[in-house]
Ligand binder design. Structure first.
Ligand SMILES: Cc1cc2nc3c(=O)[nH]c(=O)nc-3n(C[C@H](O)[C@H](O)[C@H](O)COP(=O)(O)OP(=O)(O)OC[C@H]3O[C@@H](n4cnc5c(N)ncnc54)[C@H](O)[C@@H]3O)c2cc1C
Length: 509
């Protein structure tokens, strides 16, 4: 180890003076340490230990190279740094040492899971089940820690909160290569509850001690972690394992104006469900033939997917009475089985989205959060009707319930009842579909612009360096504290390939 450190220190001194060759030098040095390999002008490193991560980060910092991290690789931004860290060796899931985690409420600390940064959601849910536990996650099997660090909306959200709400501690390698175990303390919660009015949030960090500074960092990591360093592991609050009964109903929603009425009915009905039930809704086209017949708008389907974890979800109630096309009831599923049957991946008609769309199709996604009173049904129906391909769809992911309970994080849209995911999907990732790709991206951004004024904000997890405009709506009034923390923990903006936090401050550089 000493040898490695010495080597990188020397590398740092040398590279700083080397101008344009510095990247190559960094790469070859990491290669020599068997930590990474050179790909064009990037190094792809697959660290095996926290120490390896430190070495990589210090080397990048010393040479002014940017760093990106790959978790589940679903955002498209993890592979853009000069130095790319793939966390594929960090896959452990185990019960955490309870005593090691600072607790604010002993009753909530009964079951904690320690999760490596390379774990995928389905593997995590399977391993949690083996321990008799569940954790609130997203709904797709192969998504990774990027989701858990920036939000995490899934079927258990109404009951257990967002994935970030379950985070109790984070092991972070900072921009200087320091390893921090950042956990929750009472202080931030007290501030949020107004018990420390004499010490407002924007208090200068220089005036406060390290403990307070780490409390602020813990607050920032829950929603905006990729901007602050490399997360090597997290500790998640788990809950006792539970099964779920699902009902999936697909309706033909007819001609206007009844179509918008159907969506309004779904929104009114679902927002009154008990906390242990949730109901997602997808709007999509019936089939390829219908779309190409020249009248795609006559063929929009509405899928309503009800997830009941306990009290028994009431039947879908839609006073506009659309025609029921088909219905599937599944009893006693667990979270990982639910991921296998994710509605928009599996149960839409073949040729629309269907399985494998990630590997075959191209897609561009942005999501906005909405309050239960938001009047957006007409806009959504009109927008889906004007989608540029038959593969485009909207997914209303149900939130509400426990989301508003926890405020101790950077996440803004605590009053959201839905995350509306606007997906532009085109036939193939192949270059010959570039025109379709552009049309889909343009359409998604037009829908976003139209809906933004009625929203509670944009979902940070989808946003990258080119999304400065939308990024302003992700953290709202919390942005100033996030920027203050960013300046403290990553002054050179080494972590700049995901959510564009630094670009929200004119004076950052
Ligand atoms: C098919 C699909 C389904 C989805 N379903 C849901 C859903 O149900 N609910 C939901 O809330 N969202 C969902 N999303 C959005 C998802 O939350 C984001 O795409 C998320 O960024 C993906 O995380 P990842 O780890 O898979 O991707 P990555 O691209 O690997 O990572 C995303 C970002 O996090 C950073 N990051 C990853 N790991 C680390 C780490 N260890 N330390 C520091 N930074 C890190 C990366 O650098 C990158 O900026 C879905 C996306 C897709 C494509």
């Amino acid at each position: 180890m000493k040898k490695r450190t010495d080597c990188l220190e020397a590398l740092g001194h040398t590279c700083t003076a080397m101008g344009s060759e510095r990247v190559t030098l960094l790469f070859s040095e990491l290669e020599a340490l068997n930590l990474g390999s050179l790909h064009g002008n990037q190094v792809i490193a697959k660290p095996k230990s926290v120490e390896d991560v430190q070495i990589c980060v210090r080397a990048a910092g010393a040479t002014g190279c940017s760093i990106s991290v790959v978790g589940g690789n679903h955002s498209g931004f993890g592979k853009s740094g000069d130095l790319v860290l793939e966390m594929c060796y960090f896959t452990s899931v185990r019960m955490a040492d309870i005593a090691a985690v600072a607790a604010t409420d002993a009753s909530r600390e009964s079951a904690l899971l320690s999760i490596g940064a390379g774990v995928k959601l389905q593997d995590l849910s399977i391993q949690a089940k083996q321990l008799g536990l569940v954790v609130p996650l997203g709904t797709a099997p192969t998504v990774g820690l990027g989701l858990v660090l920036q939000g995490g909306v899934g079927h258990l959200t109404r009951q257990l909160g967002l994935a970030i709400d379950a985070i109790r501690s984070v092991q972070l390698v900072t921009a200087t290569g320091e390893v921090l175990d950042v956990s929750q303390t009472n202080e931030r919660e007290e501030k949020e509850q107004g018990k420390q009015k004499d010490r407002p949030w924007t208090e200068k960090l220089s005036q406060v001690g390290q403990e307070e500074s780490l409390t602020d960092l813990h607050w920032a990591l829950r929603g905006c972690a990729p901007n602050f360093g490399v997360v090597t592991s997290i500790t998640l609050q788990a809950a006792p394992f539970r099964h779920c009964n699902t009902v999936r109903k697909v309706f033909e929603i007819g001609e206007p104006p009844s179509r918008a009425g159907c969506l309004r009915d779904y929104m009114a009905w679902s927002s009154k469900l008990p906390m242990d039930c949730s109901a997602d809704c997808c709007l999509y086209f019936k089939d390829k033939t219908a779309y190409s017949s020249g009248n795609p708008t006559a063929n929009i389907l509405m899928g309503i997917y009800t997830f009941d974890f306990g009290s028994g979800a009431p039947d879908v109630e839609l006073p506009t009475r659309p025609a029921l096309l088909w219905e599937i009831f599944r009893e006693q599923q667990d979270i990982s089985e639910l991921m296998e049957h994710e509605p928009y991946l599996c149960e839409q008609p073949e040729g629309i989205v269907h399985e494998g769309f990630l590997s075959k199709r191209g897609f561009f996604v942005r999501a906005l959060f909405f309050h239960k009173e938001a009047e957006i049904h007409t806009e959504l129906i009109e927008s889906i009707s004007s989608a540029p391909t038959q593969h485009c769809y909207f997914h209303l992911q149900h939130m509400g319930g426990a989301v508003s309970d926890q405020k101790d994080s950077a996440f803004l849209a605590r009053e959201a009842e839905w995350s509306v995911v606007i997906s532009g999907v085109w036939q193939s990732q192949d270059d010959s579909f570039a025109t379709e790709a552009l049309a889909c991206k343009t359409w998604v951004m037009q829908v976003v612009e139209q809906l933004l004024p009625k929203s509670l904000g944009s979902y940070a997890t989808d946003l990258g360096p080119d999304d400065q405009h939308l990024a302003r709506y992700s953290f709202g009034h919390k942005t100033s504290l996030l920027l203050e923390l960013k300046k403290k923990w990553d002054p050179d903006n080494l972590f700049r390939h995901g959510f564009p936090l630094a670009s929200l401050s004119k004076g950052y550089d």
